[in-house]
Write a protein that binds this ligand. Structure first.
Ligand code: PGA
Length: 264
């Protein structure tokens, strides 16, 4: 697959079972043509991975990923799914450390590291999410929190492996709330993350997506910022027509850097 510079990631959360996923794909494919310089990533619920990856198989620009995985390949972990299992039904990506996993299910930095490491080892791309809560932002700790979360992964993953990692900055207070960080705020934190990667010797270009109440109206402005390499979208990705529209608007707004990523 050729390297693609711009990433649109849809996080369906606990929406769209296999039947709805198939229907979605049919509608979405009729509305968007493949473009060589962008990737479309879909994170459906685990039970819909197989149906969705099959429905999207004709599209080299589309990949599917799991919203969560366990780091062990198999074993006595009731209710969990492993990386080899999701790969078997077509996953090429995994979301790691989404704030809902961290906040609602107690996922720790240490677990995020284990999952990230296991994903890289298995050959799927982890999309690792970081971001501060409202309290943390209001007490001026945004950078500190984001750098702690990134730092845990930086410590555990060595330089070369970063060619297969993507990051998402998602301020927790912006997720599903209709409030989003301004393009300048987002760009500033992306810059902080990028500098930290550089300081820790990660020389490859790691894509950094922005997420948190991204919609058709604000995607264009966010993607005009060179620091923002794509978007991770929940609510506004659930309707195929709305998502196709968002992808087209975002694609028109973005000036692509030369080169791209070869992640999936
Ligand atoms: P939202 O969710 O777009 O609905 O705010 C984003 C996310 O949780 O990844």
């Amino acid at each position: 697959m050729s390297a693609r510079a711009l990433i649109f990631a849809a996080n369906w959360k606990m929406n769209h079972g296999p039947g709805a996923a198939r229907e979605y794909a049919q509608k979405f494919l009729a509305l968007t043509a493949p473009a060589v310089d962008r990737s479309l990533w879909f994170f459906p619920p685990a039970v819909s991975l197989g149906a969705l990856s099959k429905s999207l198989r004709t599209r080299p620009d589309a990949s599917v990923g799991a919203q969560n995985v366990h780091w062990e390949p198999k074993g006595a972990f009731t209710g969990e799914v492993s990386i080899p299992m999701v790969m078997e039904v077509g996953a090429r990506l995994v979301l790691v450390g989404h704030s809902e996993r961290r906040q609602l299910f107690g996922e720790t930095d240490e677990q995020v590291v284990r999952k990230t490491r296991a994903a890289i080892k298995a050959g799927v791309t982890p999309l690792v999410c970081v971001g501060e809560t409202l309290t943390e932002r209001e007490s001026g700790r945004t950078e500190q929190v984001v750098l702690r979360q990134i730092g845990a992964v930086l410590q555990a993953i060595d330089g070369a492996a970063w060619t297969k990692v993507a990051l998402a900055y998602e301020p927790v207070w912006a997720i599903g709330t209709g409030k989003n960080a301004t393009p300048d705020d987002a760009a500033q934190i992306h810059e902080v993350i990028r500098m930290e990667l550089g300081r820790k010797g990660v020389s490859v270009r790691v894509p950094i997506l922005y997420g948190g109440s991204v919609n058709q109206e604000n995607v264009g402005l966010l993607l005009t910022r060179p620091q923002i390499d794509g978007v991770l979208v929940g609510g506004a990705s659930l309707d195929p027509k709305g998502w196709a529209d968002l992808v087209e608007r975002g694609s028109r707004a973005k000036v692509r850097p030369s080169g791209g990523y070869d992640l999936v």
